[in-house]
Write a protein that binds this ligand. Structure first.
Ligand SMILES: Nc1nc2c(ncn2[C@@H]2O[C@H](COP(=O)(O)OP(=O)(O)OP(=O)(O)O)[C@@H](O)[C@H]2O)c(=O)[nH]1
Ligand SMILES: [Mg+2]
Length: 470
């Protein structure tokens, strides 16, 4: 353990040195991490951000664009050769064209480099030449951050924890029965190993669906290209020790391999190099699904965000070269609400991440919170209904292609009116439901110099990047 921490630190130190040298002598790099749970809006956010950096006509609150300091932006080959490139062109073509659709779900990490040519402003700035700042955007599933807690555990400890939890959760019956029937001290037979791993994965999916968030290992739920490989073919077992060649011994080895080959490399090679981070949260989706979903979202975000308080994890704090300087928490899909309700949405999302945010502030990161829509699909409208004026949004429904006006419900001014019932395990909201509707992207033709329409994407960019582009 001590040895592996040491080598990790040294490797990290060397990488850190490399980038520090290139920053001083060559061109500065900003690594922006974009994360969130699945379907939170990561792909749409990155696509729209990049399109709006390339064409800045809709970015008035992004200072570098408004003052003209940002002279040009262009895509460049990314620095990491082994990470898939974020498929910007395909997503943008899908989201904008004549019959726009939403991009497909993405299940793994990807990266894109946008280079920004900046002319420093002010009296002295005017005398200096323009410089280039590289923005490396890294898209990764928030679920992967759940593995951090696993790194500090041995196989026996992790097994004991998970078995206790599974016994109290719905959907684990088949796995527990398979475990009962298995003999972990018997010689390993791969079909048995696969059957146990499959039953365990199903139990994790069931727990997830029932609202439990600590479903480790993270890649069992989002395997990507590792599906079916030995590092994902194990399950928790009762305490050993198990003889050489036995199923139990092999599972322990695979668990260690998972930590070493899957979990650690992500934190070491990607997470530790991020210096700006946006965390996307679909708070509206959870509100619509009900109090249970809101409470689960709160608990999951708390687990996920503990990665930003590295003091709690000695392995991670040892490898973190630089710390994340800014973290923006953003409630996505705000175009489902009239702007008069955006402050309430922001307040609810802030309440969901309050503890994590306080800890991040404490660790020296500057944090912010706002409601955004990376791709605005609606227009606002006010109508009188039963003598009361209602603030609505209007857009094209995804399912039918028809136009509709929509009122999501009145979000409370005090977020505790939502978080309280969620924490208390209420089955439904007291004063009616929050509606949800899926709008299709609006069929628009972009004028030259304009990126896709959005809400507050320019403010988000200003918070995340503004200080580095002056
Ligand atoms: N109205 C609206 N819907 C959005 C917006 N952003 C995302 N969505 C919706 O949310 C869905 C998921 O968005 P993605 O960007 O694909 O989410 P993701 O986090 O990349 O999802 P995974 O790749 O599955 O992890 C989209 O298909 C849209 O239906 C937005 O700005 N406005
Ligand atoms: Mg995606």
């Amino acid at each position: 353990m001590v040895f592996s921490t040491l080598t990790d630190t040294i490797e990290r130190g060397v990488t850190g040195l490399g980038s520090a040298v290139s920053e001083t002598f060559f061109e500065p790099v900003i690594r922006l991490g974009v994360t969130g749970l699945s379907r939170s809006g990561k792909t749409v956010f990155i696509t729209s951000l990049v399109a709006n950096l390339l064409d800045r006509g809709r970015m008035p609150q992004f200072q570098a664009a408004a003052t003209g300091a940002l002279q040009s932006a262009y895509l460049q080959p990314q620095p990491d050769d082994t990470v898939p490139r974020f498929d910007f062109e395909t997503s943008l073509a899908q989201m904008t064209g004549r019959n726009p659709t939403w991009p497909e779900s993405t299940r793994a990490i990807s990266e894109l480099r946008v280079s920004l040519r900046v002319q420093p402003q002010g009296f002295l700035g005017a005398l200096s030449r323009p410089r280039t700042v590289h923005l490396d955007i890294v898209d990764y599933p928030g679920e992967w951050l759940l593995d951090l807690a696993l790194l500090e555990k041995s196989y026996a400890e992790w097994s004991a924890d998970m078995l206790v939890r599974l016994r109290t959760r719905p959907g684990a019956e088949a796995f527990l029965a398979a475990l009962e029937a298995a003999d972990p001290a018997a010689k390993l037979a791969e079909p048995d190993a696969q059957a146990l791993a499959r039953a365990y994965t199903q139990a994790l999916h069931a727990a997830r669906a029932a609202g439990y968030s600590d479903c480790t290992p993270g890649r069992f739920i989002l395997p990507g290209e590792l599906e079916g490989s030995p590092v994902l073919t194990f399950a928790p077992l009762p305490p050993g020790p198990y003889p050489r060649g036995a199923l139990g011994r092999e599972f322990e080895r695979r668990f260690e391999a998972y930590k070493r080959e899957v979990a650690k490399p992500f934190f070491r090679d990607h997470f530790s190099r991020i210096d700006r981070q946006i965390v996307l949260i679909d708070a509206l989706g959870a509100l619509h699904a009900g109090p249970g979903a809101v409470e689960d979202l709160r608990a999951t975000m708390q687990d996920i965000l503990s990665a930003f308080r590295p003091g709690a994890n000695s392995w991670l704090s040892a490898i973190l070269g630089r710390r994340v300087e800014r973290i923006l928490f953003a409630a996505t899909k705000a175009d489902h609400l009239h702007h008069s309700q955006h402050p309430q949405l922001t307040a609810i999302m802030e309440a969901l991440v309050r503890d994590a945010r306080r800890r991040a502030d404490f660790a020296g990161a500057e944090t912010g919170a706002m409601s955004i829509a990376a791709l605005r699909t609606t227009v606002e409208e006010t109508r009188v209904h039963e003598g009361r004026s209602l603030d609505l949004v209007r857009g094209t429904l995804l399912d039918t292609g028809k136009q509709a006006a929509f009122f999501a419900g009145e979000l409370p001014k005090d977020p505790n009116q939502v978080l309280g019932p969620a924490r208390d395990g209420e089955a439904s909201w007291l004063d009616g439901d929050y509606g949800a509707m899926r709008f299709a992207p609006a069929g628009i033709s972009l004028a030259p110099g304009e990126g896709p329409p959005h809400i507050r994407l320019d403010r988000a960019a200003e918070f995340l990047l503004g200080d580095r582009l002056r």
